[in-house]
Design a protein around this ligand. Structure first.
Ligand code: SF4
Ligand code: SF4
Length: 93
């Protein structure tokens, strides 16, 4: 099964409070120049993008895999799980 097909088996309940936050945008700008923003490359859900000179975080699409936190060379992401009952869940049947 392809990743795109697997994504259809997930159900999202949006948490109004972002569970992912950037600590410091200037650090991201430095990272983008030096390391080409590994968070963008590693995220399977295209949560991160670089536009208008800054990193945009579309946290609503997050699959909660934790990869971005691991690859960020500056530990610049505040990463929490969404609040209880929110975020992704598997859809059965
Ligand atoms: Fe910012 Fe970390 Fe992404 Fe680099 S990897 S752009 S420092 S969040
Ligand atoms: Fe993307 Fe995974 Fe990070 Fe969510 S936890 S933003 S899916 S890399």
């Amino acid at each position: 099964m392809r990743v795109e097909e697997r994504l259809y088996t997930l159900r999202y309940k949006r948490d109004e409070k972002p569970h992912l936050e950037i600590k410091d945008q200037q650090t991201c700008n430095k990272c983008h120049e030096t390391y080409k923003s590994p968070c963008i490359t590693v995220c399977p859900a295209n949560v991160y993008s670089f536009a208008e000179g800054k990193i945009i975080v579309s946290y609503e699409n997050c699959l909660e895999c934790g990869a971005c936190k691991i690859v960020c060379p500056f530990n610049n992401i505040i990463w929490r799980y969404p609040r209880y009952g929110l975020g992704i869940s598997l859809r059965y049947g």
